[in-house]
Design a protein around this ligand. Structure first.
Ligand code: BGC
Length: 473
């Protein structure tokens, strides 16, 4: 008995020591994630405030405005597809450094664009960095982080995206008083340079170093990051992983269960986008205008409120994701989003612009929608997509699902203004409300609960032929 207690004490002491070690690691890794996630968010968020001024200066048509928004997203699709190759050949760290350089160059170039066409081209280029960061940063994090804090870090990464969006809205708002859209875009060179410096100082991923045949360097990195007894075991595990690492695409062709989970990842990321979140992210000032808040300043501050609520509600997910599980949170989120979009559509239908009461209810619904997304689909879709793929097809799976996210993101960005013109705001928001209701059904039929289940168990369940909805049991 006593011996057991002594052992337990030793274990606790060991764990504490380890916790102290990984604390430093968490700090360094989270800082990196913060920088890449922040840039991701800044570049997504900045356009909503800049767009009205750009449209005015370049006399841009609706179509041209949609292209200015969505060219970045098309670039992100390209960046995601490229990053699989680059991060494998040059390593995750160098891929992130390349994206930081593109972020910096793209920020400067977009701020001096002489016309809408060049601006679209530069935003396409900038998008490559956003796509590269969105693929590589979580992957780098996953490879650097000890297993037990991996999930938390992914949600933290989403938190940083939302902080980036909010920071962009705030800077847009301050700069909107003078209509300085060029400064709004150009100022992002500062966090890009910070990102470059931060990442430059970080070690290379040990997993990639083993892949590149540099086992000695990998050991040296692990020795800095892990408890002494963990190093050899982890090195071995990495080597085993690499042995089974070969073909995501071959697996896709040969294995039906893997194909199914690839389609699940595609569906999940499409669902995240078709909730309609980015309609609000990109066009919030426009929605406030339509709702009767006609001054630019009112619309901008309304947009800042949207960004702030997006940040705050993300904490709900961080607090609950490992306690009550992914599915209940997603269910609650889809219900809130469906109801909110339905209500917003109804307020437009009744003529929101003409009554303060309707305006109040409509804006409350819009803000509730943001809460619904940020507490659920925002972080949790990224979390599930990082959990469901078997090891040998994980890179492939994440490439496909992340690329889907950006393709759907581009479709949303490129169609909203046209939808408004053709169908009107009420029907547009009802459409998104209806989609959220459909997603509840998909959630129940296909999505597994992955809380508290090891990745190996999920992989076993999947490969032994279980239905997708059961692979987390
Ligand atoms: C989504 C982005 C979205 C952001 C909003 C992310 O999870 O992938 O498309 O703009 O959340 O917070």
């Amino acid at each position: 008995m006593n011996e057991n207690i002594v052992r337990a004490d030793e274990l606790v002491a060991g764990e504490l020591k380890e916790a102290r070690k990984s604390k430093k690691l968490v700090y360094v890794v989270a800082f990196t994630a913060a920088l890449a996630g922040l840039l991701f968010g800044l570049d997504i968020g900045v356009i909503s405030g800049a767009l009205p001024f750009i449209a005015k200066q370049f006399q841009a048509t609706t179509l041209a405005q949609e292209f200015v928004v969505s060219s970045l997203l098309v670039g992100a699709v390209i960046g995601t597809l490229l990053s699989g190759l680059i991060s494998r050949r040059w390593g995750r760290k160098d891929a992130l450094l390349v994206s930081a350089v593109i972020f910096a160059l793209g920020s400067v170039l977009s701020s001096v664009a002489p016309n809408a066409d060049i601006l679209m081209a530069v935003r396409l280029f900038l998008g490559v960095a956003v796509g590269m960061a969105s693929f590589t940063a979580p992957l780098y994090l996953a490879e650097m982080a000890p297993q037990r804090i991996r999930g938390g870090l992914i949600s933290m990464y989403q938190l940083m995206i939302t902080i980036g969006i909010l920071a962009a809205y705030l800077s847009d708002t301050f700069l909107s008083y003078g209509g300085h859209w060029r400064v709004m875009l150009g100022i992002l060179v500062i966090p890009s340079v910070l990102m470059f410096v931060g990442i430059y100082l970080l070690p290379k991923s040990p997993r990639w170093l083993v892949l590149a045949g540099r086992k000695k360097s990998a050991r040296a990195v692990l020795e800095k990051l892990r408890h002494a007894d963990e190093v050899e075991a982890e090195l071995e595990a990495i080597e085993e992983t690499i042995e089974t690492k070969q073909g995501g695409f071959q697996l896709f062709l040969s294995n039906k269960q893997f194909r199914k989970v690839i389609f699940l990842g595609i569906a999940l990321q499409a669902i995240q986008q078709f909730t309609g979140m980015n309609v609000v992210m990109y066009y919030a000032p426009k929605i406030f205008n339509l709702a009767g808040f006609t001054s630019a300043v009112e619309a901008m501050w309304g947009t800042v409120l949207v960004g702030l609520i997006n940040v705050l509600a993300t904490f709900i997910a961080i607090a609950l994701v490992d306690k009550i599980g992914r599915k209940p949170i997603l269910f609650a989120g889809f219900c809130v989003m469906g109801l909110s979009m339905g209500t917003l559509g109804l307020m437009f239908h009744f003529g929101m612009q003409t009554s303060h009461t309707l305006q109040f209810i409509g804006i409350a619904a819009l803000l509730m929608f943001i809460v619904g997304f940020a507490m659920s689909a925002g972080p949790i879709i990224w979390v599930i997509c990082s959990e469901i793929y078997p090891l040998s097809g994980r890179d492939f799976g994440i490439t496909i699902s992340t690329a889907t996210n950006w393709v759907c993101n581009a479709i949303i960005g490129a169609t909203f203004l046209t939808l408004l013109q053709v169908a009107g705001p009420a029907h547009t928001f009802w459409l998104y409300g209806g989609l959220n209701v459909v997603f509840i059904i998909v959630l129940f039929i296909f999505v597994p609960e992955t809380k508290g289940v090891s990745l190996e168990k999920i992989e076993d369940n999947l490969m032994s032929g279980k239905r997708l909805v059961r692979i987390g049991r």
